[in-house]
Design a binder for this molecule. Structure first.
Ligand SMILES: Nc1ncnc2c1ncn2[C@@H]1O[C@H](COP(=O)(O)OP(=O)(O)OP(=O)(O)O)[C@@H](O)[C@H]1O
Length: 265
């Protein structure tokens, strides 16, 4: 069998405070193929961001390993770009400069100045933000800032795009527009994506597979659901699609019947 592109093997994470230690994640095994779009869903606090941060190399796993193309992940690197829920643009730079900074960082040695400029503009075009290239983050909307964050991540040509609730802070319409953009970008570039979401419809709409986490502490992968919907996917057509409804129900059942969130007393 071919080796997986991205592989999480027995990944566990405990956080210690003084003598006390809490096990957040336990024995997470996951294999992701190149070009796959994976969503991770689970109740608040189960460890989704911790898992994404381990893949990003921002947090060390306590046990197990993450392998990307057979190479162990230990540090952050441009092969794994992260987009967070709240944009992390530099406020004193323009939209263009926020993206070009990343482009310069990864390709100063491999691309000429003119090529880097063209690449920056190409990525702003991909997220339909070229028109606002001279604006600063404070002058654009939340949805536009997320678009720039995605352009910056894509411009680094990462092997894996890590999205930590990238649309979580946006209103429903802006969110739908951005989901469509991400689907289009994924169709064009074929990038491997791992996305955290709380939104069941978003998970079904975007993903090839949905990884459902059990509640913490010691959260594990409870189930992995294949989403057998052809692409391109159109949200309005899917509303009445039997396979879409089945997937949606399976995730809802997992979250609200089998792994109901119980608020700590
Ligand atoms: N640096 C840290 N030190 C100690 N505990 C931490 C740290 N980071 C996360 N945790 C704990 O690990 C658990 C999982 O947190 P994490 O943010 O990964 O969950 P999540 O599923 O992403 O939550 P949410 O959906 O609310 O964003 C929580 O109980 C959290 O308090």
């Amino acid at each position: 069998m071919a080796k997986p592109y991205l592989s999480l093997e027995s990944v566990g994470k405990s956080f210690s405070r003084g003598a006390a230690s809490t096990e957040v994640l336990k024995e997470i095994d996951l294999k992701v193929e190149r070009g796959e779009f994976i969503s991770i869903i689970g109740h608040s606090g189960c460890g989704k961001s911790t898992l994404l941060n381990i893949v990003a190399g921002l947090t060390d796993a306590t046990t197990g390993v993450v392998l990307l193309e057979d190479k162990e992940v230990n540090d952050p690197g441009p092969d794994r770009a992260v987009v967070f829920q709240n944009h992390s643009l530099l406020p004193w730079l323009t939209v263009y400069e926020n993206v070009s900074l990343a482009v310069d960082k990864v390709s100063r040695k491999t691309r000429s100045k003119a090529e880097r400029h063209a690449w920056t503009m190409h990525n702003l075009d991909l997220v339909q933000m070229a028109h606002a290239k001279d604006k600063r983050p404070s002058e654009i909307s939340g949805g536009m800032k997320q678009r720039v964050g995605i352009a910056r991540a894509l411009a680094m040509e990462p092997k894996v795009l890590l999205l930590d609730e990238p649309f979580g802070a946006l209103d429903a319409l802006t969110r739908a527009h951005l989901q469509d953009s991400v689907m289009q970008i994924h169709a064009t570039l074929g990038n491997t994506v791992m996305m955290i979401t709380h939104d069941v419809d978003e998970a079904v709409l975007l993903s090839d597979r949905i990884v459902m986490m059990t509640n913490g502490p010691s959260a594990r992968i409870g189930e992995i659901l294949d989403v057998p919907l052809a692409r391109p996917r159109k949200r309005l057509e899917l509303v009445s699609d039997a396979a879409y409804i089945r997937c949606r129900q399976a995730v809802l059942k997992f979250l609200y019947e089998r792994h109901r969130f119980v608020e700590a007393a």
